[in-house]
Write a new protein. Sequence first.
Length: 423
Amino acid sequence: MKFLFVSLEALSLDLTYRVLQEGHEVKLFVQNETEKDVGDGFVEKVDKWEDHIGWAEVIVFDDIGFGKAADKLRSEGKKVVGGSAYTDRLESDREFGQNELARAGVSTLQGRTFSDFEEAVKFVQSNPSRYVIKPSGKAQNEKELLFVGQEADGNDVINVLAHYKKHWSNKIRIFQIQQFASGVEVAVGAFFNGKEFVKPVNVNFEHKRLFPGDIGPSTGEMGTLVFWTRRSKIFELTLEKMKQQLIESHYVGYIDINCIANEGAIYPLEFTSRFGYPTISIHMEGVTGEWGRFLYLIACGEEVTLETKKGFQIGVVIAVPPFPFTDDRTFRKFSEDAIVLFKKQDTTGVHLGEVKKDGNDWRIAGRSGYALVVTGSGITTEEARTQAYHRVANIMIPNMFYRTDIGAKWISDSDLLLSFGYL
């Protein structure tokens, strides 16, 4: 079949390349100018995706922001995997997402949306408590701007709001002040075919901070532990309740809700209404069936079951400077065109991030420093961790770094989730 992948930042390169390896024809469009060289030498690239709509049998959008285009193509009878205007808003407008969850009968945390920093400061002063600052819109992609308050009276949040007003007011146009809740951070996601959720569902544990031990700035994600299950109370209490809204919006693709679970309830924090990164690469470690066939069937609205491994999978992000920040000077000095070397010529479990192919060599591309995702699987989390980090040890990139503790909290997290009644 013929697949056209439409990408904002080339983050779906890994999936595009897998579909190509399965024997299908693929074309990849990358929108951001700084990422235009990502995937060169691996897949065929195009300069204008609209010119290839007639060629494609399936069109895959890999990020939010393409919802209106996907809606239009679906209305014209095209087979599309990707968002809708509704699901784009679920992710980009935090308040809207929380309101839709509440409308579906899901427990939510109290929060208010602001566009004025002084008004937000007055709110915290009048309602002293522990809060989280969450930028909305485009600014939420700057993960280092998310701030989790530590002080019970909210004074640290007030100080950060003052700093944001002085230095980031041009970037943070709208933001949410959300009540803090302690517990286990856990997410649940599933593919949706426009009519039904595809089973099994995916329960996952993200590691967002830059350094081991959850220290340092928030990143998009440094790695994740996942497992597949046909039944999940976490899913039933959260994502499953959004089924009717997803049907009405004609959504097709993967959707995920990140939550805090404690003895009182499961509180959704945010939607990811698209492929997650590095989540989709970790899915590719755990799914044993063909991706091209699967994407085609869900785009057609056909009933399909995912074939998955038992046990656990983990993914480890391999990064280079300036990740997780944006700094062209640092990228040019330390990472531009850096070569990716393998001690043994074995790329099993190695997934493409922002790289390109130069002859037989893999080189760093783009500008972000998000280089590779390395995965492993096993019946236990320790088996999965051992396999993944064994594969990481085979890779050499100048100045590369990664977290060494992906999946290490499973015992404590699972004990708590079991005691809460969610596993």
